[in-house]
Design a protein around this ligand. Structure first.
Ligand SMILES: Cc1cc2nc3c(=O)[nH]c(=O)nc-3n(C[C@H](O)[C@H](O)[C@H](O)COP(=O)(O)O)c2cc1C
Length: 351
């Protein structure tokens, strides 16, 4: 059995566990990343920020990324198609404190691919390599790339593009072995991850369908990946991260669920402001309160409320013992000055 509590390295950056939390647009807010670190993720990644913001600031966005002291090691993900602006954005990302600059070559969403960014770059290895090279030349921190297997079903393009990106300066690759065409259907084909591992001499991270400790173990054992990345399984369920890392996860009590959700709500309001946060948070209520933890009508009660204060009141009324846990958590979590990155968070993400 592989010990996921072992640390590993991306260039000079030590990653304390073999589990990374996936970047997910519309999900990976600061509260999600900090929580992921607390529950055992060795590496967290921001949502995609757009370097188009450097040239024209008229894109619809979710706001600006804030980085807290307890997120590190943190990768900040960039998407774009122009090597020069990507390099400029990478310098801003580095200045904001990112430990890695991550490049998105996996986003299948049309709004992104039609600009030549995201998964389309898998069809243009020359441009993809130029982007990575110009970023690697612009910053001192390592560059990581997240890619899909290719654009079309059955594609094996990642096996051609991946090694080129390493030559161009990528210090690690994360593969989500679905095609862009597949979006999130079918299964991630980690046989391809094993092939990629055999072709490159940098650590590879396996992303896709890692939902349990058994799956994480088998993917690491059969692919030789340095780490696994967990995405959807961690939505509303940080306990799965503990379980995957060291088998210590267990079904949380209602008080624990409410405490984590209230903390998540408070932090997200702090990051996005009440108006944007109240709509943004609604999907999280279902994610947290599901899994048979609370009766369904309770979630429906919460999503119709207008203010997050009211949501918090109802949550605590449903599990009063949570208050003590919340106080303890808030006392333990360091609060310091956040750094704001002046690049817009894209609402069009995906990978
Ligand atoms: C809602 C959502 C948003 C995502 N956004 C991004 C993104 O911005 N950048 C990225 O590289 N991958 C993104 N992904 C892909 C995930 O990082 C991950 O590779 C994929 O979901 C497969 O892992 P999973 O089966 O553990 O969810 C997103 C996935 C989901 C479900």
């Amino acid at each position: 059995m592989v010990d996921l509590r072992e640390s590993w390295w991306i260039g000079p950056v030590e990653i304390p566990t073999r589990l990374a939390l996936a970047p997910m647009a519309g999900v990976s807010v600061q509260a999600f990343r900090r929580q992921g670190r607390r529950f055992g993720a060795g590496l967290v990644c921001s949502e995609m920020v757009s370097c188009a913001g450097i040239e024209h600031r008229n894109e619809r966005t979710l706001g600006y990324l804030r980085v807290a002291a307890d997120e590190h090691p943190l990768a900040i993900q960039l998407f774009g198609a122009e090597p020069r602006t990507m390099a400029e954005a990478a310098r801003m990302v580095e200045a904001a404190g990112a430990d890695l600059v991550d490049v998105n070559f996996g986003c299948p969403v049309r709004k992104v691919t039609k600009t030549g960014a995201g998964a389309t770059l898998l069809d243009d290895p020359d441009r993809a390599a130029r982007i990575v090279e110009s970023i690697a030349n612009a910053v001192d921190v390592p560059v990581s790339v997240k890619l899909r297997r290719g654009l079309r079903d059955g594609s094996r393009d990642c096996l051609v593009v991946g090694p080129r990106l390493v030559e161009a300066g990528a210090s690690t690759l994360t593969l989500h072995p679905r095609s862009a065409q597949q979006m999130y259907t079918g299964a991630a084909d980690h046989a391809l991850t094993a092939e990629l591992v055999s072709l490159v001499d940098v650590p590879v991270v396996a992303s896709g369908d890692i939902v349990s400790r058994a799956k994480a173990q088998s993917v690491i054992a059969t692919t030789g990946a340095a780490a696994v990345m967990v995405g959807r399984a961690a939505q509303g369920n940080p306990w799965v991260l503990e379980e995957i890392v060291d088998g210590s996860g267990r079904e949380p009590s209602r008080e624990e669920v409410v405490a984590e959700l209230v903390l998540f709500v408070r932090e997200t309001v702090r990051e996005l402001g009440e108006r944007r946060a109240s709509g943004f948070l609604k999907k999280f209520y279902g994610w947290y309160l599901g899994h048979g933890r609370f009766p369904r009508p309770f979630k429906q009660e919460l999503v119709v409320l207008d203010s997050t204060e009211e949501v918090e009141r109802r949550l605590i009324a449903a599990a009063p013992g949570a208050l003590e846990l919340i106080e303890r958590l808030e006392a333990e979590i360091p609060s310091g000055d956040d750094v704001t990155l002046e690049l817009p968070v894209s609402i069009y993400g995906g990978g």
